[in-house]
Design a protein around this ligand. Structure first.
Ligand code: C5J
Length: 222
């Protein structure tokens, strides 16, 4: 057991690389590139693209330190049998889930748009988890996978902070994992939502978990 303790908010976070997962949430073309789902909802994808180099640095460090690396993809089966109509029909996007867009069908598992961006491509031996919900534990084997690998702490990065990242972090916290979010390796289309999410995660004595900068994490993973 090799415990590492480092400065985080609201207080120090300790982890053992052998029992820690690095989960990168939904860094997919559909959220980060023009023509995808995020853009169809009326969002500017540029702020999300700005975190790519930071996530990439953390990914390299996590790999070098032997963390269990997991990538998630929000996507659905081509027949949409795992997409509740309430999710598909809500709001007024220019393209709905399953519609044909410039990168293939929006958020459909085998379409180009649902792929992880090439800058953060998973290695062949890394776990890529397809998830139909915002939370990565909903209708997936994530909890079983983590327990099989003996994981008790999770470091999170990815998009979007207040939707899929926060939902997954809350799900993980309720299942007994100690969770930390890398502040500058996550982003939202709405800066105020990101700021509020970071605050609410670490409030009340880390009620959902911890946050730290990528610099703090990189030093700890060194
Ligand atoms: C959203 C996500 N925002 N990955 N998905 O719909 O956060």
């Amino acid at each position: 057991m090799r415990k590492t303790v480092f400065s985080a908010q609201p207080f120090a976070f300790s982890f053992d690389p052998a029992t820690t997962a690095f989960i990168v949430i939904d860094m997919q073309r559909d959220f980060l590139e023009p023509g995808g789902f995020g853009a169809a909802l009326g969002n500017d994808v540029a702020p999300l693209r700005a975190i790519i180099p930071t996530v990439s640095r953390l990914l390299s460090a996590a790999r070098t330190s032997g963390l269990c690396v997991i990538h998630t993809r929000e996507c659905h089966r081509p027949d949409l049998s795992d997409c509740p109509p309430s999710k598909r029909l809500r709001g007024d996007p220019s393209l709905r889930i399953g519609d044909e867009g410039p990168m293939g069908r929006i958020l459909i598992a085998d379409a180009q748009g649902a792929a992880i961006i090439p800058e953060l491509a998973p290695l062949p031996d890394e776990i890529v988890l397809e998830k139909p919900g915002k939370g990565a534990f909903h209708a997936t084997a994530l909890d079983e996978i983590l327990r099989t690998h003996g994981i008790s702490q999770i470091i999170f990065a990815g998009v979007t902070t207040e939707v899929c990242v926060q939902t997954t972090m809350r799900e993980a916290n309720d299942r007994g994992y100690d969770c930390l979010l890398a502040e500058d390796a996550t982003e939202s289309y709405f800066p105020a939502f990101k700021a509020a999410t970071l605050e609410m995660i670490r409030a009340q004595g880390a009620i959902v978990g911890w946050t730290a900068t990528s610099a703090q994490l990189l030093e700890a993973l060194d």
